[in-house]
Design a protein around this ligand. Structure first.
Ligand SMILES: Cc1ncc(COP(=O)(O)O)c(C=O)c1O
Length: 400
């Protein structure tokens, strides 16, 4: 393997090189097998190198890879139809990533107001602790200094309100707000689910003030918390939903789902992207939806979620000095790590000693987002690795 590395050093990548994946396992260049409890950060829902996805990609690559948006093609149309059928939304816009899906939603909200003659309705309201992506518009909505620092001036017209605080939301939403964007489960800030009453209040207040409600389901959507869409779990229907990550099980794609009422905001020429909704990722997305039905993934996620949270609660009780209360829904879980311990130390220990991959999110939290096909046995191996990592912190240094 080449030792030269010209990659920009903007990631804190672990010192292993992954060459191959299979189901819930990744393999490095020395052949070492790792149990993957993070799934490409909530991307590889059906695991790695799924034959059904690989076949769909290969077949589409042999047929048509790109034709531009100057012409229609079947994979995008079929995937849009499938997403519309399953979500109840009317229109689908495809792009290439989560940040781009949120950019589209932000642009839609402003243009929708503009087309309705409300040219002063410009504000995009989002929540503290949110993560909506790294492009400038999405970053302006990401109310977290850690991500914004040094990138000013960010686009104007963004305001923030505390997550899960209904009273604050009541004061924040007024007739200048074009849209309120919210993650039903905040992922990057440490897996914090929204309270149902907060999302319901958001729906009511947005309706009352004529603002659009946008759910960013980029991390928590596509079956991650049980149902295909997070809004179905909370039983709150927004005007716009953004998805990405797991949509094509690993190929780059993002999407904005919207109602017919608000879709009039974006007319021909208003927005676009060269690669958005190109045939190969759309074919992979279609295969993903078909396979999840065949293997009854929704039911499986419910069963595995019960196992995961039972184990996490037991571990949190056992190591009360190390961990706080587990949080999350479905197969998206966060386990807060108490000071002076550091989640990063646990991640390294589990990888090096047990060959199990976890990830650190937000405020010193361990994040678990395994492939949704994970088995009970695999979860049990993962949880043993977590126990060993926690034990390593509590053993006196001399005894290690
Ligand atoms: C909730 C949420 N929104 C947006 C994004 C940005 O997605 P992408 O990295 O594909 O641009 C992420 C990525 O982690 C996310 O979790």
């Amino acid at each position: 393997m080449t030792q030269t590395n010209h990659l920009l050093q903007n990631y804190r990548s672990a010192p292993i090189t992954i060459v191959r994946g299979e189901g819930c396992y990744l393999f490095d260049e020395g052949g070492t097998r790792y149990l993957d409890m993070i799934g490409g950060i909530a991307v590889c829902a059906l695991g790695h190198a799924h034959p059904g996805i690989a076949d769909a990609i290969a077949q589409q690559a042999r047929t048509l890879v790109q034709s531009s948006n100057l012409f229609g093609h079947e994979p995008a149309r079929s995937l849009a139809n499938e997403l519309a059928r399953r979500s109840g939304f009317d229109r689908v816009f495809f792009c290439n990533s989560g940040a781009e899906a949120n950019e589209a939603a932000i642009k839609l909200a402003r243009k929708f107001a503009y087309r309705n003659g409300e040219k002063k309705r410009r504000t995009i309201l989002s929540c503290t602790g949110s993560f909506h992506g790294r492009t400038l518009g999405a970053l302006a909505a990401t109310a977290n200094e850690k991500y914004q620092e040094g990138f000013d001036p960010l686009p104007a017209g963004f305001r923030y309100t505390p997550f899960n605080d209904v009273e604050a939301l009541k004061s924040a939403i007024d007739d200048s707000v074009a849209a309120f964007i919210v993650e039903p489960v905040q992922g990057e800030s440490g897996v914090i689910p929204a309270k149902t009453e907060f999302l319901k209040a958001a729906h009511e207040l947005c309706t009352q003030h004529g603002a659009l409600l946008i759910f960013d389901e980029i991390q928590c959507g596509m079956g991650r918390i049980g149902q295909l869409f997070a809004f179905q779990h909370f039983d709150v229907r927004p005007d716009v939903v953004t998805i990405a990550k797991a949509l094509a099980n690993g190929l780059p794609i993002g999407a904005m789902l919207l109602t017919e009422r608000v879709a009039v905001g974006l007319q021909p020429g208003d927005h676009g992207t060269t690669f958005g909704g190109s045939p190969v990722p759309c074919a992979a997305g279609l295969a993903h939806l078909r396979i999840r039905d065949e293997i009854k993934l929704e039911q499986h996620v419910g069963e595995m979620s019960a196992v995961l949270f039972r184990e996490l609660r037991a571990i949190a009780d056992e190591f009360a000095d190390v961990f706080g209360e587990p949080r999350g829904l479905g197969l998206l879980a966060g386990l807060p790590v108490k000071e002076p311990h550091d989640a990063a130390t646990l991640v390294t220990f589990a990888r090096e000693s047990s060959r199990v991959l976890f990830n650190k999110a937000g405020n010193n939290t361990l994040r678990f987002a395994p492939p949704l096909i994970v088995t009970e046995e695999q979860l049990s191996v993962g949880m043993s690795a977590l126990r060993s990592a926690a034990q390593s912190l509590t053993i006196p240094v001399g005894a290690k």
